[in-house]
Design a protein around this ligand. Structure first.
Ligand code: ADP
Ligand code: MG
Length: 709
C-alpha cells in the first residue's frame, strides 16, 4: 500500500503538533502532498567551505567549519542574546541567537567541530552570523548527499522557532522514507517519452535531493512543464466547454454591407495580419458558439477597421452592434471616423456618452429598442440598464484593460432574449481589443480561456518613430525643434503626467508648462489647445476637435489623450517628466504620433535624478518601437502581478515555473495541451487516464500543486 498523500503533516515522524502548526500557518503545508510540493527557491554548493579570514563584508551566505570556544549571554531583558565565539584555524567570529537561547545553550556541544551556514554580518569590528544553520561535522559528512543543497522558502517565524532549512531538509527526507519515494505519475507515457521527461518520482527526488546539476535541471524542467501544462489544459478545456455550453448567435452570411465596404470604400489595403484576424473573427461568428476573442495589436496596428468590418458582418445578418471605448474623447473619435463609412452604406449609427443630451438619449434608447439604430458607439454609458437593444449581435470593447471584469460581463446580458421558458439573454459575440501589449506568453496563461488574435504587423509605410531622451536643461533646443516642425506644417503634442487627475501639483505643472509654451509660441502665429481632466467634457471635445482639424499647432494635454486618439498630422510627442510614466503608458503615448506619412519623433524629457528602473524604461523606449518587446521589459521590471492586477493572480501563483523565464516551456506545454485535447477533448482515451484523474482533482483545489501528485 502506498502512503496516502492527503495524510495530515502532523503524522510525519519528526514533525509533531507544534511544528505542524507552524508549517500550516507559515507555509500553508497541511498534508504530505503540500510538503512534497514545497520546492526549493535555490540551491547552494555545500561542498564549498570558507575560512574566517576569507570572509567579505558582502552579507553573502557562507559555510565554515570550526569550533565553539566560548558561550555567554549578553545584554538585558529584550536585548538579551546568546553569543558564541566560533573559531577556525584562521580566526574568530561570533554566532548570535536572539531567541530560543535556552534550548540552544543546552544542545550546543563545545569542543566538537561544527559546520555552520548562514549570512555573515560585520558588526562591532567582527564578523557575526545570526541564527546559523549548524550541524556537527560528523553528521554533516553523513548527510551530505550532493553538492547541491536545497534552500527552501522560509519565514522569520519559522527560523526563530527552530525550523531551519536543515530541519526542513530532514523532514523532507523523512517524507521520502515513509513514501519510499514513490509517487503516482501524472503525465502520459507518450509525453514522458516524447519529451524525455523524468518520471514523477525521479523528478521529485531530484528536485529535493539533486544528485547532480544535470538531473536537477531535468527535474525542474519536468515539474515546470507539468505545472504549466495543467494550467493550459484547464484553460483550454474551459474554453472548449464554454463553446459547447454557450450557444451563440450564428451569423451565416457575409453580404451587402461587408462586401460593399470591402469592394468600394476600404480606404487602404488591409495588412496580411488584419486579413487573417478578420478571417478568424468571421469563422467564430459563423460557428455555433459564442465568440469570446481578444484582439491584441500594437498601437497604430489598425484594430479599428477590423472592429468595423466585424460589425458589418453582424449587420449583414440583421443584428445590431456596439463599440464601447473607455473615454469620451476616444468614443467621439471612433464615432466620427466610422460615421463617414456608415453614411456611405446607409447604416444608422449613434454616439452615447455621459454628455449626451436627454432628448438625444431618449431617441437613442427608443431606436435601439425598435431596431432602427444599427450601430451604437459610446463610453460605459452603454452599460446602463436603460440601454436595451432589440437584437445585439456583437459587442466590441476597445482598450479593454481600462474596463473591469464586471463591466465587461454586463454586455453579456444585452443580447436578445432566449426563446422558450429558459429566460435570460443569448450573449452577443464579444470582441475585446487591447493595445496594452501583454507579452504573448502572459496572454496565453491569463487569457488562455479566450481565443486570441494578434495583429503583429503595422500598415506599410509607417516610419520608425525616432525617440530621444533629453534633460530639462536642454529645453530651449527642444523648443527650437518644435518650431521647425510646426514650420513644416506638423502638429505637436506636449503631455504632462497627471497620474491622479485631482493632484494639485500635477495640475500646477501642467498650467506652468502651458504658460511657458504660450510665451514661447505666442498667438496669433501659433495656436495652442489644452485638454485635461478637470475640464468639462464639451470643452475637452471642442479643444480636441480644433487640434484634429489642424486649427491648433500644439496640444498641451494630460494623459487623457493616452488611448486611441488618431491625428495623422501630429508628428511630435513631447513627454514631460517621462520618468514618472510606466513603460506601457509611454509606449501608448508615443503611439499617438507616427500615424501619418511623415517622420515622427518622441522626446522624453526628464530631470537629472533618475532611478535605475527609470533609466531602463527610457533606454528601452529609445531603443525599440516594438510594443511586444517593450511589454517583455515591462514584465521583467514589474512582474506579472502588477501588470495584470490582482484579478488573475491565482493563475500566476506559480510554484516552480516562472512566466518570464520559462516562456519556452509554457509554449511547449500549451502546444501539447492543445494537441492532446484536439484528439481527445474529453480525455477519455485510456492512455490519457492520468490527465483526466489529475484534471478532476484540479477543480477542488485552488493551487495547482495541491492536486498534482
Ligand atoms: P489602433 O490599432 O491603435 O486602434 P487604428 O485603428 O486607430 O489603430 O489605426 C491607426 C491608423 O492606421 C489609422 O489612421 C488607420 O486609418 C490607419 N490604418 C489602419 N489599417 C491600415 C492599413 N491596412 N493601411 C494603411 N493605414 C491603415
Ligand atoms: Mg485604437
Amino acid at each position: 500500500m502506498s502512503v496516502n498523500l492527503q495524510t495530515p503533516i502532523d503524522y510525519l515522524k519528526g514533525v509533531g503538533p507544534n511544528r505542524a502548526d507552524l508549517l500550516r500557518k507559515e507555509l500553508s503545508i497541511h498534508t504530505y502532498q503540500d510538503l512534497i510540493n514545497l520546492f526549493p527557491n535555490r540551491y547552494i554548493d555545500r561542498t564549498q567551505y570558507y575560512k574566517i579570514n576569507q570572509l567579505q563584508r558582502n552579507n553573502a551566505d557562507v559555510q565554515i567549519v570550526g569550533k565553539i570556544i566560548g558561550l555567554q549571554e549578553v545584554g538585558q531583558k529584550r536585548g538579551k542574546r546568546l553569543v558564541a565565539t566560533f573559531q577556525d584555524d584562521t580566526g574568530i567570529m561570533e554566532l548570535v541567537w536572539f531567541r530560543g537561547q535556552k534550548w540552544i545553550r543546552e544542545s550546543l556541544k563545545q569542543d566538537k567541530p561544527y559546520v555552520i551556514y548562514g549570512k555573515c554580518n560585520w558588526f562591532n569590528g567582527r564578523f557575526s552570523m545570526p541564527h546559523p544553520d549548524m550541524e556537527l561535522l560528523e553528521d554533516h559528512k553523513k548527510n551530505l548527499r550532493s553538492a547541491m543543497q536545497p534552500i527552501y522558502p522560509s519565514t522569520e517565524k519559522l527560523s526563530n522557532k527552530g525550523i531551519t532549512n536543515r530541519v526542513l531538509n530532514k523532514i523532507m527526507q523523512q517524507l521520502f522514507v515513509e513514501t519510499k519515494g514513490k509517487f503516482e505519475e501524472t503525465l502520459t507515457k507518450e509525453l514522458l517519452s516524447e519529451l524525455k521527461l523524468l518520471s514523477k518520482s525521479e523528478a521529485l527526488f531530484n528536485v529535493h535531493f539533486p544528485k547532480n546539476q544535470e538531473l536537477l535541471a531535468r527535474a525542474e524542467f519536468r515539474l515546470k512543464f507539468e505545472e504549466l501544462f495543467y494550467i493550459q489544459l484547464q484553460l483550454i478545456l474551459k474554453n472548449l466547454i464554454h463553446k459547447k455550453k454557450i450557444k451563440g448567435l450564428v451569423f451565416e452570411k457575409v453580404s451587402n454591407y461587408f462586401n460593399t465596404f470591402f469592394e468600394q470604400h476600404l480606404p487602404f489595403q488591409l495588412t496580411e495580419a488584419q486579413k487573417r484576424v478578420i478571417k478568424e473573427i468571421r469563422h467564430d461568428l459563423g460557428s455555433k458558439a459564442q465568440m469570446n476573442r481578444l484582439l491584441q495589436g500594437d498601437v497604430g496596428s489598425g484594430k479599428t477597421i477590423v472592429a468595423l468590418m466585424s460589425m458589418f458582418i453582424a449587420l449583414d445578418n440583421g443584428f445590431q452592434a456596439c463599440l464601447m471605448a473607455p473615454t469620451e474623447i476616444l468614443s467621439v473619435q471612433h464615432y466620427n471616423g466610422l460615421y463617414n463609412y456608415c453614411k456611405k452604406l446607409k447604416i444608422s449609427i449613434s454616439l452615447l456618452t455621459g454628455s449626451t443630451k436627454t432628448l438625444e438619449r431618449k431617441k437613442i434608447h427608443e431606436n435601439l429598442e425598435n431596431g432602427q439604430l444599427q450601430i451604437l458607439i459610446g463610453t460605459h454609458a452603454l452599460l446602463e440598464d436603460k440601454v436595451k437593444f432589440k437584437n445585439l449581435g456583437l459587442a466590441i470593447i476597445d482598450e479593454q484593460h481600462r474596463f473591469g471584469v464586471a463591466q465587461r460581463s454586463k454586455l453579456w446580458e444585452k443580447g436578445p432574449p432566449r426563446s422558450g421558458e429558459v429566460g435570460g439573454a443569448i450573449p452577443p459575440h464579444i470582441l475585446v481589443m487591447t493595445a496594452t501589449p501583454i507579452p504573448r506568453t502572459l496572454a496565453m496563461s491569463v487569457y488562455g480561456d479566450l481565443d486570441i488574435s494578434f495583429i503583429d504587423e503595422l500598415p506599410p509605410g509607417r516610419k520608425h518613430i525616432k525617440t530621444v531622451h533629453r534633460y530639462d536643461k536642454n529645453r530651449l533646443k527642444v523648443f527650437r525643434f518644435i518650431r521647425d516642425e510646426i514650420e513644416k506644417g506638423r502638429q505637436v503634442y506636449v503631455v504632462y503626467p497627471l497620474i491622479q487627475e485631482s493632484e494639485k501639483m500635477d495640475y500646477k505643472d501642467l498650467m506652468d508648462g502651458y504658460e511657458s509654451i504660450s510665451r514661447e509660441f505666442p498667438a496669433p502665429d501659433y495656436q495652442i489647445s489644452i485638454v485635461h481632466g478637470q475640464m468639462k467634457a464639451t470643452d475637452k471635445e471642442f479643444e480636441m476637435q480644433r487640434f484634429v482639424k489642424g486649427e491648433t499647432n500644439i496640444m498641451v494635454a494630460t494623459t487623457v489623450i493616452e488611448v486611441g486618439v488618431d491625428v495623422p498630422n501630429a508628428s511630435v510627442m513631447i513627454i514631460e517628466s517621462a520618468e514618472r510614466f510606466g513603460l506601457s503608458q509611454l509606449h501608448q503615448l508615443r503611439g499617438r504620433v507616427g500615424r501619418g506619412a511623415e517622420q515622427s519623433y518622441c522626446i522624453l524629457m526628464t530631470s537629472h535624478k533618475l532611478s535605475t528602473d527609470s533609466k531602463t524604461r527610457l533606454e528601452t523606449m529609445v531603443n525599440t518601437n516594438d510594443g511586444f518587446e517593450i511589454a517583455e521589459v515591462d514584465l521583467k521590471l514589474r512582474g506579472p502581478g502588477d501588470i495584470m492586477g490582482t484579478q488573475q493572480s491565482g493563475v500566476l501563483n506559480l510554484k516552480i515555473a516562472n512566466i518570464v523565464k520559462d516562456k519556452d516551456i509554457l509554449q511547449l506545454a500549451r502546444y501539447h495541451a492543445k494537441r492532446i485535447l484536439s484528439n481527445d477533448p474529453t480525455l477519455s482515451n485510456p492512455e490519457n487516464k492520468a490527465l483526466l484523474t489529475t484534471y478532476h482533482a484540479l477543480g477542488k483545489y485552488k493551487n495547482i500543486w495541491n492536486y498534482i501528485s
